[in-house]
Design a protein around this ligand. Structure first.
Ligand SMILES: *[C@@H]1O[C@H](CO)[C@@H](O)[C@H](O)[C@H]1NC(C)=O
Ligand SMILES: *[C@@H]1O[C@H](CO)[C@@H](O)[C@H](O)[C@H]1NC(C)=O
Ligand SMILES: *[C@@H]1O[C@H](CO)[C@@H](O)[C@H](O)[C@H]1NC(C)=O
Ligand SMILES: *[C@@H]1O[C@H](CO)[C@@H](O)[C@H](O)[C@H]1NC(C)=O
Ligand SMILES: *[C@@H]1O[C@H](CO)[C@@H](O)[C@H](O)[C@H]1NC(C)=O
Length: 664
């Protein structure tokens, strides 16, 4: 089993060396992937959709990110002792509670306090889950045939420097889940045949280069969850064959350019969950065969531009969850074989398409946000799959959203046009008020126009959105549409606020003459448009500060929850959002307050009821209710002819209200 795996890895390494430089993959246009060895290309949407589209099944292959060597080894690590055993026992001597098969002996959970006396021709000794706390001098010296020892979960604290002496045939040694704090140099001196050494979950805090003396054949070294802070000067000096090194979950603070100097056989290097802050430029330069590198969850804030230059065979790179501030333009330039790149939770302020273009074989890429996916259009699978609005294939990913855009666009456009038309025909007595309503309808019409265009763009890019996403979001059209939507929203919110305020004043001071005249209203309306225009145009005008404010998503409208990079634009969209919220408070709560208070305090009185009846008899005038529908965010009923609240009707009603002054 093990030899087979070894073979696979060596084969892979050889492959890498051979194919280096030769690019024979069928070239597909952006957003498309090749159908295996056929010359056909299919849109990325067809990959792993559960339907065979290629004819040779290539589109339904590799549906999970299986790049890297970890998956080749898979489950081997951790349960390597599941060996098919023969039933007959060839050992004469062993403790009663142990199970013997052939020359292999399992003493799992047998309450042993020390290494038991067994026949000298034992080849496998499993002492898992016992109470062995120390390994004294030459404790295994008789068992020269031993190939595998399992000593996990014993809470071993002390290991004599001569404990493993004489084990010239040992291949596998498991010491994980113990209490080992130190390992003396020379302790593995005799283990020339050792290929696997597992030291996971121990409190080992220091190792020296000489600790690994004798491990000429070591292939796999795992020290996950130890307390290492410093690595030896040259980690692999004594282990020239080392292929796989896992140092996850230690406290390693830094790497030097000589740490991995002699690790040229290394194919897998795991360093996640450490405290690594700085990685010098030459750290990985001798790892010519490295296929997988995991530096995730460290403290790396900066990577030298050419750090990956010599990793010609690298297939999988994980840099996620690092506080990286910056990625250099050609950071990944030489990673021609890379298949999977994980940049999750990393802000890339200077992201651009050229950063990812050299990695022709890249099939999986993981980003902090969906927007970045548009910079790697040639990658088959990009995570996250959506930003809630768009997906890789479509501008509007959701069918409900897609339908709604059209429905709302129609209602908004034609509804408002209808109201404007009606208003012009029907003569309202308060012309200034009518003008305000018409202007409001105009502002809302703009929202309809915006939605129409978004719907059209969605149709245009259907199925291949990612190909054009970047072009679209950076286009002038997108900015203009964003501007239009913002203008419409702001003007409409300001106007509603103004109209509410006007009505509110009319109720509070029914006799005072502070109602605005024609010219005053006109001035206010012009002011509102100017303010709305300024708010909407500012991000376009100061682009260096706001970045591409409107082009942050496919619908060209900055949503407050969107993770934007620039603090400036983040603050701006948040500010606008908060302002809008305040306006909604003004629009909803003040009217509700002024509408509810009269009802609560007056409707209940019989005097009011009588008055109301009289009033209804006298004035059987039509009351016009205008129903006005606004875009996605709003849907408000605007009743503009509130005859019940006219001064005449109100004059004799006693409004015992804290806002509305009693009228005597
Ligand atoms: C593609 O590969 C399959 C085997 O994987 C082979 O049977 C087929 O002939 C190949 N087709 C071409 C066009 O090379
Ligand atoms: C192992 O050694 C015992 C004597 O200690 C002997 O009887 C037995 O045959 C040996 N088994 C093998 C497989 O050599
Ligand atoms: C490693 O870096 C140091 C400086 O940090 C430099 O002096 C030395 O030459 C480098 N060694 C190699 C092998 O590049
Ligand atoms: C990268 O590392 C993180 C954390 O260590 C892990 O959750 C993620 O699955 C890794 N990515 C890949 C592609 O393996
Ligand atoms: C891409 O990967 C395939 C195998 O997965 C390999 O044959 C090919 O050479 C690689 N392409 C490049 C440019 O390295």
């Amino acid at each position: 089993m093990f030899l087979l795996l070894h073979f696979i890895v060596l084969m892979d390494v050889k492959d890498c060396a051979l194919t280096e430089g030769s690019t024979i993959t069928p070239l597909c246009p952006k957003g498309y992937f090749p159908c295996g060895n056929l010359s056909q290309c299919l849109p990325r949407a067809f990959h792993c959709d559960g339907v065979e589209d290629c004819g040779n099944g290539a589109d339904e292959e590799n549906c999970g990110d299986t790049s890297g060597w970890a998956t080749i080894f898979g489950t081997v690590h951790g349960n390597a002792n599941n060996v098919a055993l023969t039933q007959e026992c060839f050992l004469d001597q062993y403790p009663q509670r142990c199970v013997c098969k052939g020359t292999e002996l399992e003493c799992v959970n047998a309450g042993l306090k020390s290494v038991p006396m067994v026949s000298s021709n034992v080849t496998l000794l499993s002492l898992k889950k016992n109470n062995i706390h120390s390994l004294s001098d030459k404790v295994f010296i008789k068992y020269t045939e031993l190939k595998k020892i399992f000593l996990q979960r014993n809470c071993i604290t002390y290991i004599s420097r001569k404990a493993f002496f004489g084990l010239h045939n040992l291949q596998i040694l498991y010491l994980n889940h113990n209490c080992i704090t130190t390992l003396r140099p020379g302790v593995f001196k005799d283990l020339h045949q050792l290929t696997w050494l597992i030291l996971d979950d121990n409190p080992i805090s220091r190792i020296s280069q000489r600790l690994f003396t004798g491990l000429n054949s070591l292939f796999f070294l795992s020290m996950v969850n130890n307390h290492l802070q410093v690595l030896p000067k040259q980690m692999c000096a004594q282990m020239p064959q080392l292929n796989w090194m896992d140092l996850e979950g230690n406290g390693i603070k830094f790497l030097t350019n000589s740490t991995f100097l002699s690790c040229s056989s290394l194919t897998v290097l795991f360093l996640p969950r450490n405290q690594i802050g700085f990685v010098p430029e030459k750290t990985f330069s001798s790892l010519k065969n490295l296929g997988e590198l995991d530096l995730s969850s460290n403290m790396i804030s900066e990577l030298p531009p050419h750090i990956f230059k010599d990793l010609k065979c690298l297939q999988k790179l994980n840099l996620s969850s690092n506080p990286l501030l910056y990625l250099h333009k050609s950071q990944f330039g030489s990673l021609k074989q890379l298949q999977s790149l994980d940049l999750e939770r990393i802000e890339i302020p200077n992201i651009n398409t050229r950063m990812f273009q050299p990695m022709k074989n890249l099939s999986y890429i993981y980003f902090k946000n969906f927007r970045y996916c548009s910079y790697a259009p040639h990658v088959r699978i990009c995570m996250p799959l959506t930003d809630g609005i768009s997906s890789f294939e479509d501008l509007l990913a959701n069918n409900i959203l897609r339908v709604f855009v059209w429905v709302i666009a129609f209602i908004t456009c034609f509804g408002n046009l209808f109201v404007i038309g009606m208003r012009s025909f029907i003569k309202a007595e308060n012309t200034t008020h009518a003008t305000s309503i018409k202007i409001l309808c105009c502002a809302d019409c703009l929202m309809g126009v915006y939605l129409f265009f978004i719907g059209l763009c969605d149709l245009k890019y259907r199925g291949q959105y990612q190909k054009y996403a970047l072009l679209w979001m950076e286009s002038l059209q997108c900015r203009l549409l964003g501007f239009l939507a913002m203008l419409s929203t702001e003007v409409s919110v300001l106007l509603l606020t103004y109209l509410t305020l006007e009505k509110f004043l009319a109720v509070v001071f029914p006799f005072s003459n502070i109602r605005p005249g024609k010219w005053q209203t006109l001035a206010v309306l012009i002011c509102i448009w100017i303010v709305g225009f300024l708010i909407a145009v500012t991000p376009l005008w100061k682009e260096d500060y706001f970045g591409n404010f409107y082009g942050k998503n496919g619908v060209c409208f900055p949503l407050y929850y969107d993770q934007t990079e620039d603090i400036g634009s983040k603050g701006y969209s948040l500010g606008i959002f908060l302002d809008t919220i305040t306006s909604w408070v003004v629009i909803f709560f003040l009217p509700v307050n002024s509408a509810l208070n009269p009802i609560l305090y007056t409707l209940t009185t019989s005097f009011f009821k009588d008055k109301l009846k009289q009033l209804l008899h006298k004035h059987r005038r039509k009351s016009i209710f205008k129903t006005k529908k606004k875009s996605v965010s709003t849907s408000i009923m605007w009743a503009d002819d509130s005859s019940a609240l006219k001064p005449g009707a109100l004059s004799k009603i006693n409004l015992e209200d804290n806002i509305v002054k009693p009228i005597s």
